[in-house]
Design a binder for this molecule. Sequence first.
Ligand code: 7TS
Length: 415
Amino acid sequence: MSTAETVPLDPQQVRQDFPILHRTVHEQYPLVYLDNAATTQRPRQVIQSIVQTSEQHYANVHRGIHTLSEQSTDLYESARQKVQRFINAARPEEIIFTRGTTESINLVARSWGDANTGPGDEILLTEMEHHANLVPWHQLAARTGVKLRFIPLREDGQLDLDRLEDLLTDRTRLVAVSAMSNVLGTVPPLERIVQAARSTGALVLVDAAQWVPHRPTDVQAWDVDFLAFSGHKMLGPSGVGVLYGRRELLGQMPPFLGGGGMIRRVTLEGFEPADIPARFEAGTPPIVAAIGLGEAIDYLSRFSWEDIHAHELRLTRLAHELLGEIPGLRILGPEPEHKGGIVSFVFERIHAHDVAYLLDRRGVAVRAGHHCAMPLHKRFGVGASTRASFYLYNTEEEVHRLAEALDQVRQFFRQ
Ligand code: 7TS
């Protein structure tokens, strides 16, 4: 389905915009890029934005009173507004440009966490978090004594919310949860979690690294306090990401990094921080990358979310169907209807790295390992898994290529 402002999603047409998808690997194999949960490729439009900014408009932002500086500042601030509209934030200053999801969450843990947590307080996470939404909280716990608690995962890869009311108490200061697991694709019932958190007065941080590229985001409708995501997982450049924070919260938070750009006044005795968003953008920001992220948002906005979701669901269903027929292969996590376009699996007696290596020999790029989610793998009793993850430019033919290559892997190891 598409609306008047969007064009129908035709993956073959989309592929024309992605030069890298036309290359081969190991000489004769056309690339089958199924590592989109790690990072996505960039369309020509984003590449051109990087080139054009660099060739025509590049200078440092918010500093020089010269033409190039004014142009780069306008482009940078217009990218902020694009992000604001994209996630429906109430105001542009609620958008902080960071280096990525990891830095966004570290910013909250350092700035909000150090000032607002201590012994007797708790932070509620889940067992499926990426290390980016786990390690900063471990570090915070070591600094302030805050205690971490975890919503467990059920065998089917869904969160076990039966004990939510026990886990969430008036000691809980923050609930930090992924909107989509990078391993299982699990999509937790955010609305229920936010409601429960609100009833105890806890704040909510959403790790939306895997969500924002694939589904519509509305921070106001969701009523969340913080939301983090990365440009490079949504067709944008690497090196830029976003922290959304509610204005009242960000406005009260101390700076995370100190340096140029984040101050109102500095003396030899001390400093006075700038208002948001500058307070959290110390130093020269990722100027070209942020402008490129704005371009990626324009590109994604050509298509309807319904079309993107329907396409990814079609590929995920096909993958479950084809991979389900391969003896010895077990898919981790929920059924396609209950998750994003991510299919992680384990092969009996074949290590995930061997699987990924052999797939690569046939041109199929997947990720293998613990995908920065070691506790999740431990929960499922495996050390590693192999993961195929889809995006709008992947095709059914590519899913067939994955399944064929996997069957060859199985036969190779049977010999
Ligand atoms: N949170 C989730 C859910 C993620 O999937 C990732 C990256 C991050 C946070 C960190 O994002 P970054 O841009 O700061 O690195 N996930 C993956 C992955 O699954 N494979 O490689 C990176």
